[in-house]
Design a protein around this ligand. Structure first.
Ligand code: COA
Length: 323
């Protein structure tokens, strides 16, 4: 067995391995996870995002497996370099994109591939990370056997004492036939579609709440977001004619809660805007809503429970220290 970097011309073999190895999940997971059979153009797309790289394991006559990675430098107290075993797309409802041809699985080949990759980046990256769905027993056991440990939230002091460098997330849904008003509905809160005039306050709301997304704090990003350039329909929540929060839905039914400004918290504004956007979605023909939240977002997770959302699965974060 030989481990090497991807070369042009490998795409068809990699697409075949992906489709065979993930076949059971492609059939089982709802569309929102966007896991589907891919072709060689998709493999080229995986590589287009930033510093993505594919490592390949092959025998003398064929490619047997691959792993997608990238080196991400996280800017905290100091820069921390992380070897990320990446999902195929920079798409958060996903697992690490590693696959071995089914007829070669459970023969130590995945282990060999990951160990060689870890060895190549030892000295460059301080941590390695991976993501698995909690119901992917093989994937979970695999990373565990490689010495990765699973964390709800992984704090790394050289990076930050306040923010985790990686965290697990939960995915939850609510069928709209079960939608009821929250106990703490605030009758003074209204929602309306955001306009570009709201871009500054929406950027501020992101800065206060969505700390892990640097780009979301900029005015330019907010303008594109509000204009729907990323596929979102964006609303602001107002109280006494002042914008206090922002919320959106994505075209696939996923709700994004940008948040409520700190001075407006604990007044039922978050629950009320959440309820109101679900009513708008229901009217627009959606049958259910989907939310994903990092486990550090305890306020949001408590709110989903109040509305009767049910947990579908977790996306677990796995970490291995390399230094
Ligand atoms: C996960 C995957 C990459 C593992 O590759 P592999 O070459 O089969 O793994 P290895 O033979 O090196 O196994 C190492 C350990 O992983 C665990 N493991 C691997 N396959 C497993 C399975 N089907 N069920 C339970 N545990 C499994 C075991 O702990 C195993 O150690 P053991 O054989 O001593 O018990 C491979 O099964 C695969 O391609 N799966 C489909 C795609 C996928 O789910 N990718 C992972 C997304 S996170």
């Amino acid at each position: 067995m030989h481990v090497r970097q991807y070369q042009a011309g490998d795409e068809t073999a990699l697409a075949t391995i992906h489709n065979k190895a993930f076949q059971h999940l492609i059939h089982r997971l709802p569309e929102i996870y966007q896991l589907r059979n891919v072709g060689s153009e998709d493999v080229q797309d995986w590589l287009k995002q930033g510093s993505n790289m594919l490592w390949i394991i092959e025998s003398t006559d064929q490619i047997i497996g691959y792993a997608q990675i990238r080196i991400e430098v996280e800017h905290g107290k100091r820069d921390v370099s992380v070897l990320q075993f990446m999902p195929a797309q920079k798409w958060d409802l996903a697992q690490t994109n590693i696959a071995i041809l089914p007829e070669y699985q459970k023969r130590g080949i995945g282990t060999l591939l990951v160990e060689e990759i870890l060895e190549k980046y030892r000295g460059t990256a301080e941590l390695a990370s991976a993501h698995t769905f909690s119901d992917n027993i093989a994937g979970e056991r695999f990373f565990s056997s490689l010495g990765f440990t699973m964390h709800d939230a992984f704090y790394y002091p050289p990076f930050s004492d306040k923010y985790p460098i990686a965290n697990s997330s939960i995915y939850e849904t609510l069928e709209f036939e079960h939608l009821t008003a929250p106990r703490n509905l605030n009758p003074n809160v209204t929602i309306r579609r955001a306009t570009v005039d709201d871009a500054a306050v929406v950027a501020e709301i992101h800065e206060q709440n969505v700390w892990w997304c640097d780009e979301c704090n900029s005015l330019e990003w907010s303008i594109r977001f509000i204009k729907g350039k990323y596929g979102h329909t964006v609303f602001v929540a107002e109280i006494d004619a002042e914008v206090a929060g922002s919320i959106d839905y994505y075209r696939d039914g996923r709700i994004g809660i940008s948040g409520v400004l700190p001075e407006y918290k604990r007044r039922g504004i978050g629950s009320t805007m959440f309820y109101k956007i679900m009513k708008v979605m229901k009217k627009a023909g959606f049958k259910s809503a989907f939310v994903d939240s990092g486990l550090t977002q305890s306020e949001a997770i408590g709110m989903y429970a109040e509305f009767g959302f049910t947990i579908q699965r977790r996306q677990n974060a796995w970490i291995k220290k390399l230094m």
